[in-house]
Each structure stands twice: as structure tokens, then as C-alpha cells.
Design a protein around this ligand. Structure first.
Ligand SMILES: [Zn+2]
Length: 217
């Protein structure tokens, strides 16, 4: 039906090589031009050269989570349609907070579903692009670790300049959109901390045995 001389370009982002290969082969067989990336940072580097029509991204990846990557994509490349793929959610509904146009449950959904999602998004790409412009895209981040003083910190990637900087977390906020200023370009970065992925919790620390009195130490 679509006899466009320029093949549609698809960027596949997944930390598992086997998944990248399977997706790439399947999409190439349909005539798409496919580029792959191992994680969010790798993908952002490739996006300096490449302007895909569609990005298919895993959600659970090391270095930069798919949640954060897709937030950056929605802000920086609002015209690109996105399919989130994950083995961690059992439904066909886009998981809450994920800025994606479609969801593919790896290992559960028939691979043909991925192809039909791609085809549907290409058909409606101009509509998607307009809808994306109206969205304000926060960055989703898990707690990242503790600094040398034991204070938990997160790493935020600026949605404007794409540079990353750490920010200390002193209390467990409700999962709502917070704001901070980028250390580099002064852009206001909106973010949500995904506490379900947290590795440390300052509030739990306070009730530990540190304040016990009358110890024999
Ligand atoms: Zn910045």
C-alpha cells in the first residue's frame, strides 16, 4: 500500500542482544530500515545522526531506564512515535507513567503484534506528533545509590542539554512530579522518583537501632 521510496526507519533499544537481533530481522523482513542501541545513552548518541520514525524501547535496562529514556525522547523528539517493550508487565496497556504510544509484552505477545503496532503508528504518525507536543514529559528515575556520606542520590538527565547530574534525596517524597534546575543549562527539569526501584530509603534508616539507648557497646 505504502510505496514510499524512502524506507521507514526504526530504532530498537534493548540491552539483550538476542532481542535486538530478533526485532531487527523481523522488521527488516518487512522492509524497514533498522538501527539498534544497547541502552538509553547509546540510543541518544545514535539519535545525533539518525532520525527514526519509530523507536521500540525496552523499559528495564542498565545505565538509563526506559522510563527515563522515553521521557527524554518525548521532550527532545516529540515527532517520534514510541513502542515500549518489556517482559515485566503482563498487559497490553502502556504501563502508568510510561510515555509511549503502544506497548509490547515481550515473551507474551505474538511478534506479529509488534509489526501491526509499527504499521499503525506509521499510519498515524502526524496525529501522534501533534499529541506529543502538548505533553509535558517528566523524567522518571529510580533511586540510584548513596554518596560517600551515605546520603541517597539520584541521577537526573536534563531533557534540554541531555547532560546528567546527581541530586541528593533526603526524604521519600510522594510519587509526584518534582522540579529541579539543570546544573549546566538552567533548564527546569521535571522528574518523578520511582520508589519501587529504590535501593535505599532515608526514612527507614531513621527508625533503625542507631538510637537505641543503654547498649552495652
Ligand atoms: Zn541542561
Amino acid at each position: 500500500m505504502s510505496t514510499s521510496p524512502i524506507p521507514q526507519r526504526i530504532l530498537v533499544v534493548d540491552d539483550e542482544e538476542a532481542i535486538r537481533d530478533v526485532f531487527a530481522q523481523m522488521l527488516q523482513a518487512e522492509g524497514y530500515e533498522v538501527t539498534t542501541a544497547e541502552n538509553g545513552f547509546d540510543a541518544l548518541l545514535k539519535l545525533k545522526q539518525l532520525r527514526p520514525d519509530i523507536i521500540i524501547s525496552d523499559l528495564n535496562m542498565p545505565k538509563m531506564s526506559g522510563f527515563e529514556f522515553l521521557s527524554v525522547i518525548r521532550r527532545r523528539f516529540p515527532k517520534v512515535s514510541v513502542i515500549a517493550s518489556s517482559g515485566a508487565y503482563g498487559s497490553r496497556v502502556v504501563p502508568t507513567g510510561v510515555l509511549a504510544d503502544a506497548f509490547y509484552a515481550k515473551g507474551e505477545d505474538d511478534p506479529r503484534m509488534l509489526l501491526s503496532s509499527v504499521a499503525a503508528l506509521i499510519e498515524t504518525s502526524s496525529v501522534q506528533a501533534i499529541a506529543h507536543q502538548d505533553e509535558s514529559a517528566p523524567v522518571w528515575i529510580p533511586r540510584n545509590g548513596k554518596d560517600s556520606n551515605g546520603v541517597p542520590y539520584i541521577v537526573i538527565t536534563c531533557t534540554e542539554c541531555l547532560r546528567s547530574f546527581p541530586l541528593n534525596v533526603t526524604k521519600e517524597e510522594n510519587p509526584e512530579v518534582l522540579e529541579t534546575t539543570c546544573l549546566f543549562c538552567s533548564n527546569t527539569v521535571k522528574y518523578i522518583i520511582d520508589f519501587s526501584l529504590s535501593v535505599t530509603s532515608p526514612s527507614k534508616k531513621m527508625s533503625g537501632p542507631l538510637h537505641a539507648t543503654g547498649s552495652a557497646a
